[in-house]
Design a protein around this ligand. Structure first.
Ligand SMILES: C[S@@+](CC[C@H](N)C(=O)[O-])C[C@H]1O[C@@H](n2cnc3c(N)ncnc32)[C@H](O)[C@@H]1O
Length: 242
């Protein structure tokens, strides 16, 4: 695994505490910036992830690192009986809870405070587990992945979305310019957080992607891990079963 990248480069605070603080800080502008900076394509990536778990018609879904709950909302089209979203940032969850009320989804989708590396659920509790752009932020990735495996039912399906770095010309070069210069500048101006959108490209660069991530999934106990490149490799969808 790569070097530990933290948002505020503060050696006193754990990565988890820094990540929670960062998302509390940007919670109010997170949804707008997400859609603006990805030109709305993030919505299609979540739909693609939901299509994968839809193959097993899950009745119960756990959305890890749910944030403001966009992946949970997308998963509601599968008509499950229950979706639970967990996150360590109360600020993000608050924005998410208002969203669920507005959309009339608050009876199906429950957003609760919780740490992915120590999930407050019994073994074999959910048919599907999802994580949208969250696992890169874990303090301890192997622990987080093995917790996701533990709470998933046998025969269940996992779908993880992560930003990625394209590696073919000219996408690699164009994306690098955008991701390292344009995105941090716009992110800083809109969110008013100096670190969050610099941490994003740094954390993506340090994250084990592609084959390396498939290996992590296998070590955590998942079967048949697969990597699907999205939008010229700008995002990655990882799927697996238990
Ligand atoms: C980029 S946001 C993604 C939100 C949402 N899943 C989406 O698709 O837009 C990442 C989220 O991961 C959460 N997170 C990071 N580490 C976590 C952990 N150990 N346990 C739970 N949530 C965590 C952050 O608080 C943040 O809300």
């Amino acid at each position: 695994m790569g070097t530990k990248i933290t948002p505020y480069k503060n050696k006193e605070a754990t990565k988890k505490a820094q990540v929670a603080k960062m998302f509390d800080n940007i919670a109010g502008s997170y949804d707008f910036l997400n859609h603006f900076l990805s030109l709305g394509i993030d919505i299609l990536w979540r739909k693609r992830a939901v299509r994968e778990i839809g193959k097993i018609s899950p009745k119960t879904i756990l959305d890890i690192a749910t944030g403001t709950g966009d992946l949970a909302v997308e998963a509601s089209v599968l008509k499950p009986t229950k979706i639970v979203g967990v996150d360590i940032s109360e600020g993000m969850l608050e924005v998410g809870r208002k969203k669920m009320k507005t959309k009339g989804l608050d009876l199906i989708i429950e957003l609760q405070s919780g740490d992915s590396e120590n999930l407050p659920f019994e073994d074999n509790s959910f048919d599907a587990v999802t994580a949208g752009f969250g696992v890169r932020n874990f303090e301890n990735l192997p622990k987080g992945l093995s917790e996701m495996h533990r709470v998933m039912n046998k025969g269940g399906k996992l779908a993880i979305l992560e930003p990625a770095e394209p590696n073919t010309f000219p996408f690699k070069q164009l994306y690098s310019l955008y991701f390292k210069w344009v995105l941090p500048l716009v992110g800083k101006l809109v969110s008013k957080d100096n670190a969050a959108y610099t941490y994003l490209p740094e954390s993506v660069a340090a994250f084990p992607s592609g084959q390396a991530f498939l290996k992590e999934l296998e070590i955590a106990g998942f079967k048949n891990p697969q990597h699907i490149k999205l939008t010229f490799g700008v995002a990655a969808l990882y799927t697996a079963t238990k």
